[in-house]
Design a binder for this molecule. Structure first.
Ligand code: 9UX
Length: 67
């Protein structure tokens, strides 16, 4: 299991949090996703088989920026 904190820009309300949470959770192998609106972070736990780029792509596809 791996964990990474993504710095995500553009999340401004609770609906953004839901959108990101759903998109990340749909990635195969993701175990948990915790979004902090205040910090602009998305903390994800995922299986070793998952490539980090799959997660950042899922976030970007929803229109948010990933540092
Ligand atoms: Mo809230 Mo997020 O009105 O792009 S859904 S800011």
């Amino acid at each position: 299991m791996k964990e990474k904190v993504f710095n995500v820009s553009g999340m401004k309300c609770k609906h953004c949090v839901m959108t990101v949470t759903e998109a990340v959770s749909e990635v195969e192998g993701v175990q948990s996703c915790d979004v902090s609106l205040e910090k602009g972070t998305v903390t994800v736990k995922f299986d070793d088989t998952v490539d980090e780029s799959e997660i950042s792509s899922a976030i970007k596809e929803e229109g948010f920026g990933v540092a």
